[in-house]
Write a protein that binds this ligand. Sequence first.
Ligand SMILES: Cc1cc2nc3c(=O)[nH]c(=O)nc-3n(C[C@H](O)[C@H](O)[C@H](O)COP(=O)(O)OP(=O)(O)OC[C@H]3O[C@@H](n4cnc5c(N)ncnc54)[C@H](O)[C@@H]3O)c2cc1C
Length: 405
Amino acid sequence: MPDRPFVIAGGGIGGLAAALSLARKGYPSIVLEQSAKLGEIGAGIQIAPNAFHSFDYLGVGDEARSRAVFIDKLRLMDAVSGEEITHIPLDEPFRERFGNPYAVVHRADLHDVLLDACRSNDLVEFRTSHGVTGYEQDGTEVTVFVRDRDPVRGRALIGADGLRSSVRAQLVADGEPRVSGHTPYRSVIPTQQMPEDLRWNAATLWAGPRCHIVHYPLKGWKVFNLVVTYHNDAPEAVAGKPVDKSEVRQGFEHIHPRARQIIEHGDNWKLWVLCDREPIANWHEGRVVLLGDAAHPMLQYFAQGACMALEDAVSLGHNLEAAGGDVESAFAAYCRQRVPRTTRVQLESRLIGEYIYHPDGAAAILRNSIMSGRSVEEYYFRLSWLYGGSGIDSPVQSRLNVPGG
Ligand SMILES: Cc1cc2nc3c(=O)[nH]c(=O)nc-3n(C[C@H](O)[C@H](O)[C@H](O)COP(=O)(O)OP(=O)(O)OC[C@H]3O[C@@H](n4cnc5c(N)ncnc54)[C@H](O)[C@@H]3O)c2cc1C
């Protein structure tokens, strides 16, 4: 049954990238999305060179680059002193080194790039208002159960249904995600509303004790994306709840006024409580496999969750082609290729949160000493394992013979 479609649960960045990757190898798919409309909520997202390598592989690199703002640097500020600790230049030598830029882009724009490419490909079919509840499989096909609808049959099932994946719930059965207790508040403001002396062409991180602030320009500099995070041990997962400014101010009394004022400039703040999961060694069983946040949900401190979902999609298409369409061996090869890399990003994201974003006292002094003492070359070298990859290989890594940063 060579033409039987793959069924993809979830039409987020990961699910659409998977559909596109399969289509480019000649495989049809049906994307089942629980929402009535395909789209992305939220605001900005940072996109590293490895994600652009993936976009290039999927044939939409130019479209993705055309929606992005190319920032000059990643800037690390001490939120207590108000001083810069260090910055990593993202100019031509960076782009040449990693073969692509580092950029910031609106999530909806990124999703649109993938959606447009999928819509113009006859091999991708969409079904909205289709919430996947579970599946059954035999040796030849998968039956996917959908809330209040007839089941959908396909050659295999790809669970790209995010942090609370119902496919993962059945495949791995590892319960609820781990609540981190870190609470980001997000706002998008017109550029004129951003203090003039902070209108930097940078992804800026103000790192303070148990809190941090991130800002960068978006949408051709029309708006600024603000994310203000407080490690307040929030006990429950929350996504996108509107909150008053007075709530956002709590936990930032101890930081420098230059950083704190950013809260006053934000509007329409919304709250999330971040979750991740413990990495797992295997994401597939027979003809069912996980991808993106369903497989490896991570804290946002490396700004790599969507980048990893894109890489997964590249790897999946590549391994299916390499296995001549033999689903089970392709899924096994995909997991072998992806698990070490995504596990590293999941675990390092936690460490970065603790030791770079939120340390206090002596640990903060140590951070400043180490981070300010590193040369640009050292930063590039240390990031090679991550930014040099595309999901199927690490060209920069192999060129430089970097064992892993
Ligand atoms: C504050 C914050 C900042 C971030 N910043 C960055 C960043 O700068 N760079 C970066 O790369 N990543 C970042 N991320 C991570 C990134 O947003 C995610 O990793 C990425 O969106 C995951 O994509 P996904 O398609 O796997 O999952 P999702 O985006 O969660 O998409 C899942 C889709 O599946 C649908 N769905 C869910 N359940 C079902 C079901 N049962 N049946 C059918 N459909 C279903 C959902 O409606 C959704 O459309 C950030 C995350 C957060 C929280």
